[in-house]
Every structure is written in structure tokens, then in C-alpha cells.
Design a protein around this ligand. Structure first.
Ligand SMILES: [Zn+2]
Length: 224
């Protein structure tokens, strides 16, 4: 994984994506909606959105968050077709999303590995890490909190395509934070390899700094 967080990423284009799922566990739950927007220059040029039929009843708790019901996905493609269409749409673009390292990419890579024996090869940039790095003073860095912080409308949230568009607005603000980092942001201790934050961990030989992206990133250094 690439470090996009130490200086402003000069991306000529990228894709912002988001999923809706039947629950919070990438191991046990399934994808029911995949949406993405393609960004070129200063705006969104293409949209992608599909429901996914998970092949089982969507729990009420999941329907109550996203509003997606069994009825809405009954004629939708299964995960194989949906992911195949998604990979054509994203091509080799860098993928941008909120909390994608710990959530969305885990769902997608579980399915891709089961279907085709490999994970998505695309580089990715997680706006949650951007927010951790450049807005360390915020109590919450959910998409909703960041929207509130920047005065972006959160209407229609929790449906994937709408979340992509909200995320794009948040991304543009976060890029401005990167251009003019605060003193607090400059004091954040980050991983030189992937750009995520480091945190103190306890090991056999005492305390050390480890990357928050572990196990994806295995960077460590001695605690001093
Ligand atoms: Zn790292």
C-alpha cells in the first residue's frame, strides 16, 4: 500500500466508492449495494451503482440503516456479476473512500479472493486516515461528523451513491487541510510506509510503535 498522506496526492483521476452491507462484519456479512463515482479534473464525470442480491433475507437492522429491502434486491445481480461490473468501471484508478481499509475493501477482497483467488490490485486512499492525520482535534471522524464540520448536507446519506458524493465534498476539504496543515496535524506521529497513524503497542520485549494498518502494513519502530 502506498503512502498518499504525507503530502498532497496529485491524482489526475480517481474513483470514490462505497458499499451497503447486511452487517458490520466483513467475514460474516454480505454486500447489498456497490456505488462509485469517477472523478476527472474538478468534478464527477461518471456514476456506477448496483444493488447486489445476497441470496438471503436482509436483516431488518441493515434495512433500517440503508433502507434497502429484500424486495429492492430481488432482481439484482449476484456478487460475481456486480463485482465484475465494478472492476470494469474502476479500471486501474486509485480508489478513495471513507474507512475503506477496515471495512469496504475487506468485504470486496473477501469476495474477490473467493471468486477469483486475488484481491483488488488498485492503490487506495482512505479519507478516514486523512482525517486522523489532518484533523487530530476532532472527537469523531465519521462521514457524518466530517460533513457537519464542513457544513456539507448529509441528506440522503446511507445509500451508497449519495455517500460517494458526500465523501467527494469531504475529500476536497481534506485536501485543503493537507495543503495547510495545522500545528496539531504536523505533530501527529505517522507511519513512513503507508501514512496511517502509529500507535504504542506492547510486545514481548516491551513497548514499541506499530502501524494502525497492521496487518496490511507491518511497519514498527522502537519506542523512544
Ligand atoms: Zn503503515
Amino acid at each position: 500500500m502506498k503512502n498518499f498522506y504525507d503530502c498532497v496526492p496529485e491524482l489526475s483521476g480517481f474513483v470514490i466508492f462505497d458499499l451497503e452491507t447486511t452487517g458490520l462484519s466483513p467475514q460474516e456479512d454480505s454486500i447489498i449495494e456497490i456505488s462509485a463515482v469517477k472523478v476527472r479534473g474538478n468534478g464527477i464525470t461518471e456514476e456506477f451503482s448496483t444493488f447486489v442480491n445476497p441470496g438471503f433475507h436482509i436483516p431488518e437492522i441493515a434495512s433500517s440503516v440503508s433502507g434497502i429491502t429484500d424486495e429492492m434486491v430481488k432482481d439484482a445481480p449476484g456478487i460475481e456479476q456486480a463485482l465484475s461490473d465494478f472492476t470494469v468501471f474502476i479500471s486501474d484508478d486509485v480508489l478513495v473512500g471513507h474507512n475503506i481499509i477496515n471495512f469496504d475493501l475487506k468485504f470486496i477482497n473477501k469476495e474477490m479472493t473467493a471468486l477469483w483467488g486475488k484481491a483488488l490490485p488498485n492503490d487506495y486512499l482512505d479519507t478516514l486516515i486523512m482525517a486522523r492525520r489532518y484533523l487530530p482535534e476532532l472527537q469523531s471522524r465519521s462521514l457524518e461528523s466530517l460533513s457537519g464540520h464542513y457544513g456539507i448536507s448529509y441528506a440522503g446519506a446511507h445509500r451508497a451513491l449519495c455517500d460517494c458524493k458526500i465523501n467527494y465534498e469531504v475529500y476536497k476539504h481534506l485536501i485543503e487541510e493537507m495543503r495547510h496543515p495545522s500545528q496539531a496535524a504536523l505533530a501527529v506521529v505517522s507511519c513512513p510506509e503507508c501514512g496511517n497513524l502509529l500507535k504504542k503497542r506492547e510486545g514481548k520485549f516491551g513497548t514499541f510503535w506499530g502501524c494502525r494498518s497492521y496487518p496490511e502494513c507491518k511497519y514498527t519502530r522502537n519506542s523512544v
